[in-house]
Design a protein around this ligand. Structure first.
Ligand code: SF4
Length: 448
């Protein structure tokens, strides 16, 4: 069981010095207990106590990190069974495999897919982010494949599978970029566990059943290995679904240590039909894979999976936002129209899209409304005349345009008079209620 804030407070030096970034030790202890601050942020806690608290406040599913530099990926770290209870923490990595027995053309095709299949959605980049590299015994070839992947796909997490000489070469070809090793089973456990121990690389355990997986996990824990990933080796889709739910429930509800790790899955093992495979992968995103390896990358299916992943792994308590500021659209100059809206990401992208489509050079002002949409923000006092006026005065738009005209969303027509008083010298124009009305509105405005 985790520690309460009061129990953590009892272990702190109680200097109230604020060096941890919190006003008091009590405030800090509460945040640590809630998993919103790291105990290491207090420089005065004894290292033994740090270890004790870190262990007690760790999520029931361990966070395993792979990658390096700008591309560190966290697997696991989950604390709930259902997203509505709090949120899901770390989205599953999605990708495909490449093995040394493939011919050059196929390897090139697969690498190219990683480069081509990238989408931008509400400011978030959607792309495949892991590759499963398999050696068929040709360790030299495997080493050069790993080097090539690192060079050409530096952002992609790597999983290495094969015999020990290949894995050793693969790990050293990764340099500081930490791969994930696959997979220690009951036959090769000692060899694989030894390699993981020696190289400090996370290890996947592969069982033929949950019982065998438990046994392997207990052996790994006894050896002191902590960074583990599980493969339940399920034989069919139903079993896979049940295994994933049992693993997650056991870890979260019972704090069952052998299952307190992220899980890797291979959606293609259960069907030859790519559409069906995509549907299985969709299920795995929701329940409860941390890595999903597909047979191939196909735009029409991958896009759906990445959007599903993005939607499930956003925090339901935090709306998506864009940064407050001035956004030039279509190359505006000092005579271009100025419009303003809120920083709810969806509103921004819809408005920005319509303005871009109109081809009218425009200054788009985005005011921070804590991610609330126009009317909700107005009702919450975050998008009223006073706060809009304050933002317009301080944002710097007055230095960018020679005119003094600003258009507000049609839903805010009621604050026009008040805003004119708050912004003397500015003409307040009421724009359309819906973003779809913006192209015609802007064309008319710029023609005046
Ligand atoms: Fe208390 Fe440590 Fe934070 Fe100082 S740094 S306020 S001692 S928790």
């Amino acid at each position: 069981m985790g520690l309460t804030g009061i129990q953590i407070l009892g272990k702190l030096p109680k200097k109230n010095c604020k060096e941890c970034g919190f006003p008091t030790c009590m405030a800090f202890a509460m945040k640590v207990a809630a998993g919103q601050a790291e105990i290491t942020a207090c420089p005065y806690v004894d290292p033994k106590v740090v270890e004790e608290i870190a262990e007690a406040t760790a999520p029931p599913i361990r966070t395993v990190k792979i990658g390096g530099g700008d591309f560190v990926y966290s697997l696991g770290g989950e604390t709930v069974l259902f997203r509505h209870e709090k949120r899901f923490e770390n989205p599953p990595l999605i990708g495909t495999y490449i093995n040394t027995s493939m011919d050059e053309a196929e390897i090139n095709r697969r690498i190219q897919l990683y480069k081509n299949l990238v989408w931008d959605r509400v400011g978030i980049k959607l792309q495949p982010d892991v590759v499963f590299l398999q050696s068929d015994g040709a360790s030299e070839k495997f080493e050069s494949l790993v080097k090539r992947i690192r060079e050409e796909l530096p952002q992609v997490a790597i999983i290495l599978s094969g015999d020990k000489p290949s894995l050793q070469k693969g790990i050293s070809a990764c340099g500081d970029f930490k791969p994930l090793l696959y997979g220690a089973n009951s036959q090769n456990f000692d060899e694989m566990a030894g390699l993981a121990e020696e190289t400090k690389v996370p290890l996947t355990l592969l069982g033929n059943s949950l019982d065998e997986l438990t046994e392997l996990s207990e052996r790994a824990l006894q050896k002191g290995l902590k960074d583990l990933v599980l493969d339940p080796g399920s034989q069919n889709v139903r079993e896979l679904f049940e295994d994933l739910v049992i693993i997650r429930r056991s870890a979260i509800k019972k704090r069952y240590k052998p299952f307190g790790f992220p899980v890797i899955t291979f959606s293609y093992k259960y069907t030859d039909d790519y559409l069906l495979e995509s549907s299985i992968a969709g299920m795995l995103i929701a329940k409860y894979a941390s890595v999903i390896i597909l047979s191939d990358l196909r735009a029409e299916s991958l896009f759906n999976l990445l959007v599903e992943r993005m939607n499930i792994f956003t925090d339901p308590q935090k709306p998506l936002v864009v940064e407050e500021g001035i956004y030039p659209v279509n190359g505006p100059d000092e005579y271009s129209p100025v419009i303003i809206t809120c920083n709810f990401a969806l509103t921004y992208f819809i408005v920005n899209g319509e303005v871009e489509g109109s081809r009218v050079p425009t200054w788009l002002l985005i005011k921070n409304t804590d991610g609330l949409s126009v009317l909700t923000a107005w009702a919450a006092g975050k998008f009223g005349a006073d706060s809009i006026a304050e933002f317009v005065k301080k944002c710097g738009i007055e230095g960018k345009v020679k005119h003094r005209k600003i258009s507000i969303p049609g839903y805010l027509a009621g604050i026009k008079g008040e805003l004119e008083e708050e912004l003397p010298g500015w003409e307040i124009i009421v724009g359309p209620r819906e973003a779809s009305g913006l192209p015609a509105f802007l064309k008319k405005l710029s023609a005046e």
